[in-house]
Design a protein around this ligand. Structure first.
Ligand SMILES: [Zn+2]
Length: 319
């Protein structure tokens, strides 16, 4: 999708290079997008065949949700994800003027909700066209979650299929002519994530086992696999960037030293001396480490990302 629009912009640049030699081209992707629609009114717009309508402009706060929108919307949507690289920590994200413009231009917005990305609430309500926008807050609207619940909802195996169906409904309201298409796309999407669901069922424990984790990022998956986090307070402290209490540190040490847990989950996007210390302790005691990330790693899609993490659980189970 990204590649396509880049090619299209490149093509327009090539076509107009003779005429526009005096005009300094903007380096900003979003500006290029707006100039694209202006240019396509001219007679050079022969590259697209089926564009009686503009694609529906979808903006996702996080790229793992944007990916579902691309899958379901296919040919009839243009998707922009705001947080789209692992170097950005969603917990500390500060929107820029550009973000606000991107949100303002969107017809359909998807974000996690339940306090994870509050900046979206603010940008949408301050938008001049707030009432015209279709909004999906994954936690609040689809999963019956509320502020204070674990925010890392994309680690629940049901989240993406639920979002896909909800997206098809909303897209069909905005674009009834293609309702059948969106329905088919959901079915295709569900097929692509089926292997993931199969893997979760395969790895699910019959009786619950304990694990330790440095952060609550992976907790919904831990539950889905029928494991239990032994020392939740420790991971909450790391997530909130506070110091774990001495009793929680002692329990963590005890769990690892006495091999009371099946594996140790580490969020590799967080650098912390305490985490480092316990991951070495886990290693020293031959406790498998499952490395996870909060956000989509570079060059992977959602299924690859989840599968790579689940394969580490599979390896830990084989130990
Ligand atoms: Zn987090």
């Amino acid at each position: 999708m990204k590649k396509l629009s880049f090619l299209f912009v490149a093509l327009i640049l090539v076509l107009s290079i003779g005429v526009l030699s005096a005009c300094s081209s903007s380096s900003n992707g979003e500006k290029d997008d707006t100039s694209k629609s202006n240019t396509s009114q001219e007679d050079t717009s022969s590259t697209k065949s089926d564009t009686s309508k503009q694609p529906i402009n979808i903006v996702a706060a996080e790229d793992f949700y944007g990916e579902v929108a691309e899958a379901v919307g296919g040919d009839y949507v243009k998707v922009t994800s705001i947080i789209d690289k692992p170097s950005v920590d969603p917990h500390d994200f500060e929107p820029t003027a550009n973000t606000s413009k991107t949100v303002n231009d969107a017809q359909l917005l998807i974000y996690n909700g339940i306090g994870y990305d509050n900046w979206m609430d603010k940008l949408i309500s301050s938008s001049s066209e707030a009432s015209d926008k279709t909004v999906i807050r994954v936690g609040d609207d689809l999963l019956n979650k509320k502020e204070g619940d674990n925010e890392h909802l994309w680690y629940m195996p049901d989240t993406m299929p639920t979002l896909a169906s909800a997206l098809a409904d909303k897209l069909s309201e905005l674009d009834p002519d293609h309702a059948d298409y969106y329905k088919q796309q959901v079915e295709k999407y569900k097929e692509t994530i089926q292997p993931l669901e199969d893997l979760v069922s395969k790895l699910k424990q019959k009786t619950p086992k304990k694990v330790e984790t440095t952060e609550p990022v992976f907790d919904y998956m831990i539950q889905a696999l029928n494991y239990e986090v032994d020392n939740e307070k420790f991971s909450m402290a790391i997530e909130e960037e506070t110091d774990p209490a001495p009793a929680d540190l002692a329990q963590m040490k005890n769990d690892l030293k006495n091999k009371k847990v099946a594996f140790f989950v580490q969020n590799t996007q967080v650098e912390s001396p305490v985490v480092k210390q316990f991951s070495s302790l886990a290693k020293d005691n031959n406790i498998p480490i499952v490395e996870v990330t909060e956000t989509l790693p570079e060059g992977k899609d959602y299924v690859q990302w989840m599968t790579d993490e689940l394969k580490q659980v599979e390896k830990a189970q084989a130990k």
